[in-house]
Design a protein around this ligand. Structure first.
Ligand code: GDP
Ligand code: MG
Length: 359
């Protein structure tokens, strides 16, 4: 069956798929049915990474878990104000004690709201939901869906809703550009309702906050809603173990070598830790936070740039702190070996990324 036909049918089923999309069991059955076919689902063999095989990603006990900040992604249609909103939040909520504020883009940053921390992914929302999720990483706790009050629900708004829903990530809507004379809140709410998001003030359970990235109106309300949602999610992690995190961004710096932004998920990542991520391993010889400040450690939900890796790791891959340098190198070598055996098609990342605008 031609690919275009399959994709068209999937879109008809409400699944915004690209050619390498992973679809769930129910969708498979519906899709096959549409083509007059019946399919048998057999259990897929679970893929276990070398790190998992070695028991590095063990579960923590309930009593070891401590509250952690929420990790938030901003999504929405092009030009609805994602970048503007992230900028306003970044610049108006950095800790006032930090002179200079945030000086560099590292792919994530943490702000203080009423003495509580919130981490924002400063990268395109689609990446957090597509390429990263393809690799099994689910790092976002809450999605802020930006909808321009003068433009309403657009194709990428609907895509964002579908991505957040399939990832089971709660959505908070920021109805942006309310400063514009042509803003129409009720129309936007109606359109969102038509797309499965019922406004709280209409009896539904989706929080919708009118904001303006231009006048900064409503931004504090939005952040408070994020904290409220985070509280209900009871996000927790064990800070007292060897760290596991996800690579948010990575690049080769001419002078400093491979640099990677890690979002810590479990444990505490420390200066001097031996780490491994895919083929890349090394000892952390510097850690920098989102304010370009040298730090010694980063706990759950905190982003940090690390130096000391042998190679540039892949965004979306996990990174593990391990016992010693030899363990790190052995795992990296094994990862190289197993990837040679089953070449992963990295093309699907590119095609998925091209589907959406960049932030
Ligand atoms: P993105 O594509 O979603 O990242 O959107 P941008 O943040 O780049 O914003 C697109 C355009 O809308 C820019 O020209 C912004 O200055 C403008 N814009 C963003 N937020 C607001 C707002 O609250 N009010 C008004 N009037 N313009 C806004
Ligand atoms: Mg943008």
């Amino acid at each position: 069956i031609p690919l275009a036909q399959v994709i068209t049918k999937l879109i008809g089923l409400g699944v915004m798929a690209s050619q390498n999309e992973v679809i769930d069991e129910d969708t498979c059955i519906l899709l096959a049915d549409d083509f007059g076919k019946e399919i048998n689902i057999v259990e897929a063999e679970e893929e276990i990474s070398i790190e998992e095989e070695m028991g590095l990603n063990y579960e923590d006990k309930e009593n070891q878990l401590k509250p952690r900040p929420p990790v938030v992604t901003v999504m929405g249609h092009v030009d609805h104000g994602k970048t503007s909103l992230l900028d306003v939040i970044k610049h108006s909520h950095v800790q006032t004690s930090e002179a200079g504020g945030i000086t560099q883009h590292i792919g994530a940053y943490t702000v203080n709201v009423n003495n509580k921390k919130v981490t924002f992914l400063d990268t395109p929302g689609h990446e957090a939901f597509t390429s990263m999720r393809l690799r099994g990483a689910q790092i976002t706790d809450i999605a802020i869906l930006v909808v321009a009050a003068d433009d309403g629900v657009m194709p990428q708004t609907i895509e964002a809703i579908s991505h957040a829903k399939s990832a089971n990530v709660p959505i908070i809507v920021a109805i942006n550009k309310i400063d514009k004379p042509s803003a129409n809140l009720d129309r936007v709410k109606q359109e969102l309702l038509d797309n499965g998001l019922m406004p709280e003030d209409w009896g539904g359970d989706t929080i919708m906050v009118p904001v303006s990235a231009k006048t900064k109106e409503g931004i504090d309300d939005l952040l408070e809603m994020v904290l409220l949602e985070a509280e209900m999610l009871e996000l927790k992690a064990n800070p007292n173990r060897k760290a596991i995190g996800t690579i948010i961004e990575a690049r080769l710096d001419k002078g400093k070598g491979p640099m990677a932004t890690v979002l810590v998920q479990k444990g505490t990542l420390k200066f001097g830790d031996n780490v491994v991520s895919g083929f890349s391993s090394g000892r952390i010889r510097a850690m920098i936070d989102d304010k370009n400040k040298q730090i010694k450690k980063a706990g759950p939900s905190m982003p940090a740039v690390i130096l000391g890796l042998s190679d540039v790791p892949n965004a979306g891959d996990l990174i593990y702190a391990v016992e010693d340098e030899k363990t790190a190198r052995t795992i990296a070598d094994k990862n190289k070996e197993s990837s040679r055996e089953s070449r992963i098609n990295t093309n699907n990342r590119v095609s998925l990324e091209n589907l959406f605008d960049r932030i």
